[in-house]
Write a new protein. Structure first.
Length: 123
């Protein structure tokens, strides 16, 4: 697994790095006594998404524009300054959520490290 580091001058940069490190630790650790399921029909697609390498600035910019930085489904419905209800972020129900977020992060790292672009407008 490739590890990417980015120098991003943005308030959420440390949160992004922490989330990627946490996700990597969760993926690599399997609790004792438990084995991973042998039936994983979506695993080839996950591996394909994880294997995508960003090597083109135009592709990296497109990925950063298309993949949102936050879950777009999360909402708080208010009426006259009173919260009626909140819709939680539903993106984590997507079976490819971690891979898509990782792909966006690799694109941001490529733009920041290799192309020396300011990526703060994508965050």
């Amino acid at each position: 697994m490739k590890t990417s580091h980015a120098t991003v001058s943005h308030a959420n940069a440390s949160q992004i790095v922490w989330a990627v490190q946490k996700t990597s630790a969760e993926v690599l650790s399997v609790p004792q006594g438990e084995s991973q399921s042998s039936f994983a029909p979506l695993q080839p697609i996950r591996q394909w998404l994880d294997a995508i390498e960003v090597q083109n600035p135009a592709t990296a910019n497109l990925l950063c524009r298309v993949i949102p930085s936050r879950c777009p489904f999360e909402r708080t419905v208010k009426l006259f300054d009173r919260t009626l209800f909140s819709i939680p972020p539903l993106c984590k129900l997507n079976p490819f959520y971690e891979q898509v977020v990782g792909l966006r992060f690799r694109a941001l790292c490529y733009l920041a490290d290799e192309c020396h672009e300011d990526v703060s407008h994508y965050c």
